[in-house]
Design a protein around this ligand. Sequence first.
Ligand SMILES: Cc1ncc(COP(=O)(O)O)c(C=O)c1O
Length: 419
Amino acid sequence: MPHDQGASFRPETLAITSGYDPATASGAAKPPVYLTSTFVYESAAQARDIHEAYFRGTGPMAGQPAYIYSRLSHPNLAMLETRLAAVDGAERAAAFSSGMAAHSAIAIEHVRPGDSVLHSRPIYGGTDGLYNQLMPRFGATAVPILDGCDGDHIRAQAELALSQGPLALIVIETPANPTAAITDIALVVAIADEVGAKTGRRPLVVCDNTFLAPFAQRPIELGVDLNMTSLTKYCGGHSDLLAGGISGRADLIEPLLQLRTVLGTHCDPFTCWLVLRSLESVAVRSERAMSNAQLVATFLRDHPKVAGITYLGFLPEGSPQAAVVARQCKGHGSTFSLHLHGGQAEAFRLLDGLRLVKQAVSLGGSETLACHSATTTHYNVPAADRAAGGITEGTIRLSVGIEHPDDLIADFAQALEQV
Ligand SMILES: Cc1ncc(COP(=O)(O)O)c(C=O)c1O
């Protein structure tokens, strides 16, 4: 099992050092990719002991480096999980084949028929579908939080959820997809505690940290139970893989690892290797993307064809949202929404006019991407729910990459002329 080199290092250092020890692989500076589906035992007794250690955590092989079959775990998965836990400041982590595989594992593990779930809105369309379309088929209900910085509103929505059934989870995505709407993480944790004290069942708080990634926002330090990240985005960082991660206390992560074995949604060796490598540079990539985003956002804000943008750096001074961002975020992110005067026709003209910026869903890659939220990422979210989340027909989501900012601004300038 790869060992952790120096838990006292800062996250930026741990992103490079933790999870892999060259001594375990002939001194190779970078880890090998273990392309194998199964692992050979030394003896029948050892096979039994390894299974006991995996399923019960007891016996002579407990805590020893040993693998059985790659769906259960494999060396690259262990490296990634060690590094992810270290970077997130958590006890343990689990890596999945996608962000949605991670979200689905949390829902399947913790939500039972009759339960309710509270979630922030807007929220990524897939997560919205998981809690508002799939989980209701198993008898669970979902209630949205429409203002994640207003304690009275969150408490009222928690009451509404409790009136429909025991509250199992509070799932927040902050900043949210696509508008970068903010939820106060510490406030939600405090409200979960209040619900627990009142009902005897404390809902778990799950925070989707995809938009700011581990360095610009640290949900575990703010008290969340499970920190979920789509590693596909900033952590992967090059739009060339799909993966998801969950970090938290060991007693919450271990059941998810056992469940993942049943679901078969582990992260494969090569993808783990890619994410392990990409985690090394996410801090510097994010810094550059965030400084580019500020320049692009400033240009767009001042353009006459733009009705508004939801960039975190431009929240009204003195607003509750600005105070929460100042408290809980170390940066303003590089994914935000642009609202054009007009509707779909104007939005499509802008998108079709872009030459450098590519039209695609996803975010957090090295290249700048743009898409029309209502007809792509949030296509399957009912129109009324989209509107409640601030998504209009003129909303375009931008994920600003690490190109030269002047080239990006020139591209938006020429495309806006065509609107
Ligand atoms: C905020 C957020 N969470 C979760 C997901 C799902 O992640 P994945 O595409 O890796 O399944 C996405 C995807 O866009 C997302 O934006």
